[in-house]
Design a protein around this ligand. Structure first.
Ligand SMILES: Nc1ncnc2c1ncn2[C@@H]1O[C@H](COP(=O)(O)OP(=O)(O)OP(=O)(O)O)[C@@H](O)[C@H]1O
Ligand SMILES: [Mg+2]
Length: 254
C-alpha cells in the first residue's frame, strides 16, 4: 500500500514542470512534490506515475517514495496566484505525492558519468513502459550524492489513452534516439536478460494494486477498477520479453 498522508500546507509551485506540480508539507511532517488530480492531464497521469514508479522500484531502480495525498481545497484560499489557486480548488480528494529529494540536482548528461549497465536498465525500462519523457532536453532524472533517481512517469503507456487499440499500440517500436542516456552505451541486451524475467503477472498485479480506486473508476469499457488494473498489466506483460528488439535509435546501431 502507498503511504496515505494529508496535506497541511502548500509551500510553493515547482515551476520547471509543464504540469505545475507543487511542493507541500503533510501531516507526517514530510515534504512532498504534489501532482494535482485536477491538472489538465487528468488522473491518467497519476495512474502512470504509480504503475511506472512502483514497477521501476521493484526492478531495483531508484524512485522517490510515492504516497497518496488527501487535499482539502481550502488550502488554496490564501494562494495569491490564480493558476495555483485554481489547481488547488479543483484537486480536492486524492492526489499523488512523491518524497521531495532535498539537495538533488537535475541530471545533466554533459556533467555526469553513468555506467552502461545502469543506462541499459533505465533505457530498457523506459522502452517497456514507452516513456517519451526522458530525453536530453528534459531528462526527468535527479542526481543526489552521485546516485540517479527517476521521476516523472506521467507521459508513458500511451495505450491507456485508447484501450481498444492498446495491443496494436503496445506492439510498436520504441524510439530511444533522444534518450538522455543514449550517449552512455546503454547495454539493453544485458538489461533485458536481467529484468524481463522479473516482469510476471504476479508482480504486475502487485504494482497495479497500488493504484487508488478513485483514479480508475468510471473508465469507459470497464466495469470495475480491477478490470482496468488488468488492462494496465497486459501490455507490459506482452512487451517484456521482446521489447529490447524493438528499441530504435541507440547510438552505434545501424
Ligand atoms: N521528488 C522530487 N524531489 C526533488 N525535486 C523534484 C522531485 N520531483 C520533481 N522535482 C522537481 O520538479 C520539476 C518538475 O517535476 P516533474 O518533472 O515531475 O513535473 P512535470 O510537470 O511532469 O514536468 P515536465 O512535464 O516538465 O517534464 C523537476 O524537474 C524537478 O526539478
Ligand atoms: Mg518533468
Amino acid at each position: 500500500m502507498l503511504k496515505e498522508v494529508t496535506a497541511t500546507r502548500f509551500i510553493a509551485p515547482l515551476r520547471e514542470g509543464g504540469s505545475l506540480p507543487g511542493l507541500i508539507e503533510a501531516d507526517d511532517l514530510g515534504m512532498y512534490v504534489l501532482k494535482f488530480a485536477g491538472a489538465g492531464q487528468g488522473r491518467k497521469t497519476l495512474v502512470a506515475e504509480v504503475v511506472c514508479g512502483e514497477l521501476a522500484r521493484r526492478l531495483g531502480l531508484r524512485v522517490p517514495r510515492l504516497a497518496t495525498v488527501e487535499l482539502d481545497p481550502v488550502l488554496g484560499l490564501g494562494e495569491p496566484e490564480q493558476e495555483v489557486q485554481q489547481l488547488l480548488r479543483s484537486s480536492g480528494g486524492t492526489n499523488l505525492g512523491m518524497d521531495f529529494l532535498s539537495g538533488a540536482l537535475g541530471f545533466d548528461p554533459l556533467a555526469s558519468e553513468v555506467g552502461s549497465g545502469e543506462a541499459g536498465r533505465i533505457v530498457w525500462f523506459d522502452a517497456l513502459v514507452n516513456n517519451v519523457d526522458r530525453s536530453w532536453r528534459n531528462p526527468n532524472m535527479l542526481r543526489r550524492r552521485g546516485e540517479l533517481w527517476l521521476i516523472d512517469h506521467g507521459a508513458t503507456m500511451i495505450w491507456h489513452h485508447n484501450w481498444p487499440g492498446a495491443a496494436v499500440s503496445a506492439a510498436r517500436p520504441y524510439d530511444a534516439s533522444d534518450h538522455a542516456l543514449n550517449t552512455f552505451a546503454p547495454d539493453v541486451a544485458a538489461a533485458a536478460e536481467e529484468l524481463a524475467p522479473r516482469i510476471t503477472g504476479e508482480l504486475l498485479a502487485e504494482v497495479t494494486a497500488e493504484i487508488p480506486d478513485v483514479w480508475l473508476a468510471g473508465e469507459p469499457g470497464f466495469d470495475t477498477p480491477d478490470e482496468l488494473r488488468q488492462a494496465y498489466a497486459r501490455p507490459l506483460l506482452a512487451r517484456a520479453g521482446t521489447v529490447h528488439q524493438r528499441i530504435r535509435g541507440l547510438q552505434g546501431e545501424q
